[in-house]
Ligand binder design. Structure first.
Ligand code: FAD
Length: 393
């Protein structure tokens, strides 16, 4: 399949969501063509947390055992006060957790996940993949859709899935008059380093989040424990919508100036060559137009505070494949059913992620209150995350 042929099902974007969707659809017998803007399929050099709701879906896609080969299985999620250097609370990820959800909590390198999905897609004869195809416009075409690329290539298809991320060109057609994603004024510096470069770390068995006023640091090992992933996030007070000169390294240092000595030491090891501004959008109830639909960050971009953006994209992928399959050939009806099944859940994650960010970044009496509120919380109580992790049981 390629440009010139009428394509039954076109997925725009070959990130985690797009490849998972292609795999899910192919497993249901659907031929799928994926076009990706980058010259190669790939992910950035940073880590990813996969909660049991994501693992359950990856298992259904048949790729979980491959993913586990390079993953790390932490024992606890630990939440610490970055100023006081003291534990606030934790979530035990041991036997009780795994018995409750049927899957472990997993942390891994992003490229290990993408590589596993890509290998599974390449092994599927129903999936064809193309890179260096930058889709600049999507338009309805009778019952189907047309996608135009920057290089002049045009694709006509019966059904189109926009899995093209936060800045999705597909979304411009499906959710018009909406404007740009919402900038939170927060920015992340992140990356992995060889484990031996971390002279001191917060425990190989743990995912650790140091929460501080308008900043936080997340740490965990990836790639079988050979690499250590760190993400430092803070709010920039220099944000201007028309400028890139905000969220600078100087602000990073200044913001973490109040952090405890351990956090300041760890911060020194984070690379400063690239920063990621954090965006989301208001949830919407309608992300379908005829036989054109959205998936993952294109449909419901969220702040990363619950570590659920990729997980939600993977849930979308499995749900989409189920819904299109159930509506056997009527993809417009299948896409509407998929949207109905997904939009309230993903809206809840988007909104809760914002709220959890507020709780992490609070200062003053709010910070004291937060720490006091969570102080006696049993570590093997899961009700705060139960709605999130139980999906698909
Ligand atoms: C700091 C940070 C930490 C995070 N941590 C976690 C975590 O621990 N766990 C978790 O589940 N999620 C996490 N997330 C969220 C997660 O990274 C995203 O939600 C997820 O990658 C979304 O996947 P996607 O496939 O929808 O979009 P993307 O990953 O953005 O993929 C979109 C793909 O489409 C391609 N594309 C874009 N435009 C076009 C075009 N015009 N034509 C063709 N192709 C195009 C892109 O090149 C890309 O390959 C985190 C996010 C951030 C910023």
């Amino acid at each position: 399949m390629g440009a010139g042929d009428r394509i039954p099902l076109l997925v725009v974007g070959g990130g985690i969501g797009g490849l998972a969707a292609a795999l899910g659809l192919a497993r249901k017998g659907r031929p799928v063509h994926v076009v990706e803007k980058a010259p190669e399929f790939g992910e950035i050099g940073a880590g990813l947390q996969l909660a049991p709701n994501a693992s359950r879906m990856l298992d259904r896609l048949g790729v979980l055992s491959e993913i586990h080969k390079n993953a790390v299985f932490p024992r606890r999620l630990v939440w610490l006060d970055a100023v006081a250097g003291k534990e606030i609370t934790a979530l035990d990820l041991g036997e009780k957790f795994q018995a409750t959800y049927g899957y472990p909590y997993v942390v891994m390198h992003r490229s290990d996940l993408l590589d596993a999905l890509l290998a599974a897609c390449r092994a599927e004869t129903r999936i064809t993949l193309e890179t260096s195809r930058d889709v600049v416009a999507v338009e309805p075409l009778g019952a189907g859709a047309r996608a135009r690329c920057a290089d002049g290539t045009v694709y006509e298809c019966d059904t189109l899935i926009g899995a093209d991320g936060l800045w999705s060109p597909t979304r411009r057609l499906v959710v018009p008059d909406e404007g740009e994603p919402i900038c939170s004024h927060y920015v992340a510096y992140r990356g992995t380093i060889p484990m031996h470069e971390m002279s001191e770390h917060a425990g190989l068995d743990n995912v650790v989040m140091w929460a501080g006023p308008e900043m936080h640091l997340v740490q965990y090992p990836v790639r079988r424990g050979e690499l250590y992933n760190q993400v430092a996030v803070f709010k920039s007070h220099r944000y201007r919508p028309d400028s890139d000169d905000w969220g600078t390294v100087e602000e990073l240092e200044a913001h973490f100036g109040r952090a405890c000595a351990y956090v300041q030491g760890a911060l020194k090891l984070i690379r400063r060559n690239r920063r990621w501004p954090m965006y989301d959008r208001e949830p919407v109830a309608d992300w379908t137009r005829g036989r054109i639909g959205l998936l993952g960050d294109a449909a419901h971009p969220m702040l990363q505070y619950l570590a659920q953006g990729a997980a939600q994209a993977i849930e979308d992928a499995v749900c989409l494949a189920d819904c299109l399959d159930r509506h056997g050939g009527d993809d417009a009806a299948g896409l509407r059913a998929y949207q109905e099944a997904r939009y309230l859940r993903t809206a809840r994650v988007q909104i809760t992620a914002r709220f959890f960010g507020e709780v992490c970044h609070v200062d003053g009496v709010g910070r004291t209150l937060r720490n006091a509120t969570f102080a006696d919380r049993p570590h093997d109580r899961f009700f705060e995350v139960d709605w999130l992790y139980r999906y698909g049981i």
